[in-house]
Design a protein around this ligand. Structure first.
Ligand code: PAF
Length: 282
């Protein structure tokens, strides 16, 4: 497995692969890898000849009061995991390499970035689309792999690829969960023992709303109320938002969810200074 920090070198390697008619898969990550990330590289391995994983904690997608500096990092362990997963190359650039002094461009998707996570984290998705566009241009993958855990990120990246004609396919992989239902996330490491127990409330809220939906509760308002009530029952949890929205345009369903339309149930919940998100798509 090669570890590459230079953009030119990364681009040269993948260009060689493409010239040799090899299919290339990319799994973009911010490191501190868990099984969810490895499910992306495993799927990429099944569907491509060569797999690149990127590890880059992207400063552009963190707000000034967010956890950029304390975001967990463990490069040595990440490299061991990726090596055993059979990844061919790891792209691990510095911030200086990605955003040199005169860097002055951005990629922004409008319309679906000012709700949910975007409403709570101004500028977050502009940071995500800018770095992901750069990674796509540097690595030129045939396929790129993202987790459904970040449902809005998935919708935003798909829209960027469609609107700007990036010549690649976006593959979404299911959320992996701990035995008690908590969605795997690098940020789970921030939780103390009590918060970790309390954090299963996201999964329970989603599961309760899903059961209600399947039993015929088809009102957006009612589903949000159900999720809110479950979260409120947990004293350590503070709701940022709960949502029952159209999965394509992320608009909230107020009244009846029309037959044949899906619904994205999603939420952000705080435990002390830790903010977790989760979702079910029905
Ligand atoms: O999902 C993430 O870890 C990040 O948002 C991504 C896609 C790697 C961009 O920095």
């Amino acid at each position: 497995m090669e570890l590459i920090s230079s953009i030119t070198e990364m681009a040269r390697i993948t260009a060689n692969w493409r010239n040799a008619d090899l299919q290339v898969g990319l799994a973009p990550t911010m490191g501190y890898l868990h099984e969810g990330h490895l499910s992306l590289t495993n799927r990429a391995k099944m569907e491509n000849d060569k797999v690149v994983a990127s590890i880059f904690v992207n400063p552009l997608q963190f707000g000034p009061k967010e956890d950029f500096s304390r975001y967990p990092r463990d490069l040595e362990k990440d490299l061991m995991l990726l090596e055993s997963a059979g990844v061919d190359a790891v792209f691990h650039p510095t911030s200086q390499e990605m955003y040199p002094e005169n860097f002055n461009a951005s990629v922004e998707v409008l319309g679906i970035t000012d709700v949910l996570e975007g409403a709570q984290r101004p500028g977050h998705f502009k940071g995500v689309t800018t770095v992901v566009a750069k990674l796509f241009n540097i690595v030129s993958p045939h396929r790129a792999y993202f987790g459904q855990k970040d449902a809005q990120q998935v919708a935003v990246i798909k829209k960027m690829v469609r609107d700007l004609n990036f010549p690649l396919e976006i593959i979404i992989c299911p959320t992996l969960r701990e035995a008690d239902g908590l969605a795997m996330s690098s940020r789970n490491v921030y939780l103390n023992a009590d918060e970790r127990k309390a954090a299963t409330v996201l999964y329970h809220a989603l599961a309760t709303a899903k059961a209600a939906f399947e039993n015929g509760s088809r009102q957006g308002n009612a589903l949000r109320k159900i999720m809110d009530a479950v979260i409120s029952s947990e004293p350590l949890a503070k709701t940022d938002y709960v949502s029952a929205a159209n999965p394509e345009n992320l608009r909230e369903y107020d009244g009846l969810i029309p037959t044949g339309y899906g619904v994205l149930l999603s939420m952000a919940v705080r435990f002390g200074s830790t903010r977790l998100i989760d979702n079910f798509q029905l």
